[in-house]
Design a protein around this ligand. Structure first.
Ligand code: PEP
Ligand code: MG
Length: 325
C-alpha cells in the first residue's frame, strides 16, 4: 500500500470528472519540509508560525524571521506557502506573560487580537513575511478574525510596512496574496463583506466547530458534542464558499476535517477548492479525491444541506466515500 501511495505522488489531484483540488500541507516546524516535499504537496496551506515564534525565550526579530520564511518559500517553490501570522492564546502558548489568567481563554486574547494590540510585534512579522515574498510564492493569512474591521486594520498595517520597506529600498511582492481564516461563526456570516478585502479564505474547522456548537475543542467531557457534520457547521462552510465564489476568490479547509476521509466527498461537494492536511495524510486524501465524482459529491452536498442532523450528514458523505474505497 505504501508503494501504491508513493506512486501517487506525482499524479494530479483531480476528480474523475475533472475537478482539480489543490492538496497542500500543514506545518508547524521547518524540519517537516523534507516530508512535505516527499508527499507531493502542492504548497503549504497552513504554516502555524506560533510554534516557531513562541518556542521559548525571546521572540525572533524581523531578520531572523525573514530568514526562516525565506527558507520555506524557497523549498516550496513554485508552489505557494501560506504563512499564518501568530495565533497565540486559547489552548496555545501566550505571546507574553499575562498579568492575570483569563477565565475563558478560547474567548479571550487570541490570534489577530493579540497582533493588533501589539503593533510593533505584528509589524516585525509582517515585514519578515514581505521580505521573504521575493524568494517564492507567499500568502499571508490572519487567524481568529471575527469580522471586517480586524481585516481592514491588519491590511492597513501591511500597507504601512510596505511603505516603509519601499523607503528602505527593500524588495517584496506587492501583489502578495492576503487571506483570512474563517474559524469564527461571525466571520462566516460576514464572508460576503470580508471576501471583498482578501484573496482567499481558509476554513479552520477545528475552531469553527468549537465556536459554532460552543464545545471546547480540548474538553473530553463535551467531546461527544463536537461534530464536524453538525448541520450548522455545514451551512456556515457553504455560506463561506458561496461568498468567496461570488467575489472570485477560493476557499480551502485547513482544519482536521480536511483530513477525514469520510468527509472528503462532503467538502468537495460543498465547493472547497483546496485541502491542507498533515503531510502523512496527504497520499490517502489524494487517492480519495481521484476516485470521486465532483457531480455526485455536489448532489450529495445539496442533500446534506437540507438534512437536519449530524449522523444523517455523516452517513450521506460516508456512503460516497465507501463507494470510492
Ligand atoms: C483550525 O482552527 O481549524 C486551524 C486550522 O487552526 P488551529 O488548529 O491552529 O487553531
Ligand atoms: Mg484555529
Amino acid at each position: 500500500l505504501q508503494n501504491e501511495l508513493e506512486s501517487l505522488r506525482d499524479r494530479e489531484t483531480t476528480t474523475i470528472d475533472g475537478r482539480e483540488i489543490t492538496l497542500a500541507a500543514n506545518i508547524e516546524f521547518i524540519n517537516e519540509l523534507p516530508q512535505v516535499q516527499k508527499s507531493g504537496a502542492k504548497g503549504i496551506g497552513l504554516y502555524r508560525t506560533e510554534f516557531y515564534l513562541l518556542n521559548g525565550g525571546e521572540l525572533p526579530d524581523s531578520e531572523q524571521q525573514a530568514r526562516v520564511y525565506t527558507g520555506v518559500a524557497k523549498a516550496m517553490r513554485p508552489h505557494q506557502t501560506i504563512i499564518r501570522t501568530l495565533d497565540a492564546g486559547g489552548d496555545k502558548l501566550s505571546a507574553e506573560p499575562l498579568t492575570h489568567n483569563e477565565p475563558n481563554p478560547f474567548l479571550g486574547w487570541r490570534g489577530i487580537r493579540v497582533s493588533l494590540a501589539r503593533k510593533a510585534m505584528f509589524k516585525e512579522q509582517i515585514r519578515a513575511i514581505l521580505k521573504a515574498s521575493t524568494a517564492g510564492k507567499i500568502g499571508m493569512m490572519f487567524p481568529m478574525v471575527s469580522g471586517l474591521r480586524e481585516v481592514q486594520s491588519a491590511k492597513k498595517i501591511i500597507d504601512e510596512c510596505m511603505l516603509e520597506l519601499d523607503k528602505e529600498g527593500i524588495d517584496f511582492d506587492e501583489d502578495i496574496d492576503i487571506g483570512v481564516m474563517i474559524e469564527i461563526p461571525s466571520a462566516a456570516l460576514m464572508a460576503n463583506e470580508i471576501a471583498k478585502e482578501v484573496d482567499f479564505f481558509s476554513i479552520g474547522t477545528n475552531d469553527l466547530i468549537q465556536y459554532t456548537v460552543a464545545v471546547d475543542r480540548v474538553n473530553p467531557y463535551v467531546a461527544d458534542l463536537y461534530k464536524p457534520t453538525h448541520p450548522a457547521v455545514i451551512r456556515l462552510i457553504k455560506m463561506t464558499v458561496d461568498a468567496a465564489y461570488n467575489h472570485g476568490i477560493w476557499t480551502g479547509v485547513c482544519g482536521e476535517m480536511a483530513a477525514d476521509l469520510d468527509l472528503t466527498p462532503l467538502l468537495i461537494g460543498l465547493g472547497i477548492e483546496e485541502l491542507s492536511v498533515g503531510s502523512h495524510q496527504l497520499p490517502s486524501i489524494k487517492q480519495a479525491v481521484r476516485s470521486l465524482s465532483h457531480a455526485e459529491c455536489s448532489a450529495m452536498a445539496d442533500e446534506a444541506l437540507r438534512a437536519s442532523s449530524s449522523p444523517e450528514i455523516l452517513s450521506l458523505s460516508k456512503d460516497l466515500a465507501m463507494k470510492s474505497y
